[in-house]
Write a protein of this length. Structure first.
Ligand SMILES: [Zn+2]
Length: 269
């Protein structure tokens, strides 16, 4: 997904960010001192928490997506219509990719996690988020040859320092053993932020924005690709990426995201 307004950073994040610039023993000692002085807070509700990430209350508010769901789009069904039945969306607007899966619905707690990872350098959240994704994508990962993260444009990558999709993909690589090709897909032109655009404007905005790097064609040619992103909203970004991968002769493209927007007003089939 593309950027939304960045929430303010608490002081502890600035301190932790500064510490990560130090190395080795000093960093560990300073981090320990900081953790005693500033207890770890739940990223969603700011209550103190054991370990890292979210507290038990916020965890219970995450809506993990489990079957039954649309076999193509991964949209959860209210009841099980049978194994082969597709959602209305998959029939009306079939995507370029074969299948999409998401760990959770994009609701309040999920949004807080995504923003913390994306804008507050909370890379410590990636292991948990990546593990939930690996679980949701078990079927796709079992049939995959390579993982490809959705790239940032280099200017945005520079200002934001790292690619959150890449951070999630590295965790999924460790979990699944599927090899990561972090540089395979490039954003070849800058795109406007997707927030506030209509479905068709989003599609136009990202059309032709991605390309498989000429020196990475061999990582994609004939391979079954799982594309990794943090959030799936309209699906326009992952669709444009899937088209670029298929033009480079990927055997298939599936999509695995942390959170997907689920329109609760539309009934399933
Ligand atoms: Zn909490």
């Amino acid at each position: 997904m593309d950027a939304e307004t960045s929430p303010p950073r608490p002081i502890s994040h600035h301190l932790r960010g500064a510490l990560s610039a130090c190395g080795g023993v000093w960093r560990r000692a300073a981090r320990l001192a900081l953790d005693i002085a500033l207890p770890t807070l739940c990223v969603a509700c700011r209550e103190p928490v054991d370990g890292e990430g979210v507290c038990a209350t916020c965890w219970s508010k995450l809506s993990f997506i489990a079957p039954p769901h649309c076999p193509r789009l991964g949209i959860p069904f209210v009841y099980d219509p049978g194994p082969e039945l597709l959602s209305m969306e998959a029939i009306a607007n079939p995507p370029a990719y074969a299948r999409a899966r998401a760990a959770v619905r994009y609701d309040d707690v999920a949004r807080t996690l995504v923003h913390a990872l994306k804008y507050q350098d909370r890379t410590d959240l990636a292991p948990a988020m990546g593990r939930w994704m690996a679980r949701a994508g078990t079927e796709l990962l079992g049939q995959a040859d390579v993982l490809v993260p959705v790239p940032l444009h280099w200017r945005r990558g520079w200002s934001r320092r790292y690619n959150q999709s890449g951070a999630l993909a590295r965790v999924i690589e460790r979990q699944s053993g599927v090899k990561l090709a972090p540089q395979a897909l490039r954003r070849v032109r800058p795109t406007q932020q997707q927030v506030g655009l209509s479905r068709s404007q989003r599609a136009t905005n990202v059309q032709g924005a991605f390309k498989v790097a000429p020196d990475r064609q061999s990582q994609i040619y004939g391979r079954r690709v799982v594309l990794i992103d943090d959030v799936l909203t309209s699906g326009a970004t992952v669709d444009a990426c899937a088209r670029a991968l298929l033009r480079a002769k990927a055997a298939s493209v599936d999509v695995l995201v942390f959170a997907r927007v689920v329109d609760t007003h539309k009934p399933p089939i």
